[in-house]
Ligand binder design. Structure first.
Ligand SMILES: [Zn+2]
Length: 148
């Protein structure tokens, strides 16, 4: 079958941010309850998407174009605030990635990888986008290493 005619199984999975038109990431109630102030949670109860564009002020939105801005979150979050933990579960920061670059060995990242595969990892609830941070940690490591 021609791929162009295969429809997405869930069209909502690629909902676009109403502010910046970046593709959103569907999140469950966990990230919303963890990161959004209680008074701003109501609109996102049923279904929410996360906008990962750090230049966009929208953090979460829904299919009715209701939005929760970064300023309405409980704490600063990465990547909107680069000093905030990249990993909500274990408090790993971009400073840890830089320290690994200094050492010439991804020691801290390997420890984080082991932890991320343990039952203590609660990315679906704690991560701002509901996903494990490892991909972003690896991306930043490769980026910083190539800049040296
Ligand atoms: Zn956006």
């Amino acid at each position: 079958m021609n791929k162009a005619f295969v429809r997405e199984p869930d069209a909502d999975a690629r909902l676009l941010c109403p502010r910046c038109a970046s593709p959103g990431t569907a999140v469950g109630n966990g990230p919303v309850e963890t990161h959004v102030r209680p008074e701003s949670q109501a609109a996102l109860r049923d279904a929410a998407w996360y906008c990962g564009n750090s230049a966009c002020e929208v953090a979460y939105f829904n299919m009715f174009e209701q939005t929760v801005c970064v300023s309405e979150l409980v704490t600063p979050v990465y990547p909107y605030n680069l000093d905030a933990p990249m990993c909500a579960c274990f408090g790993f920061t971009s400073d840890d990635v830089e320290a690994d670059i200094e050492d010439g060995q991804p020691v801290r990242i390997r420890v984080l990888l082991a932890k991320s595969q343990s039952p203590q990892a609660r990315c679906q609830t704690l991560a701002v986008d509901g996903n494990c941070c490892m991909r972003e940690v690896q991306r930043l490591y490769m980026k910083l290493r190539s800049e040296r």
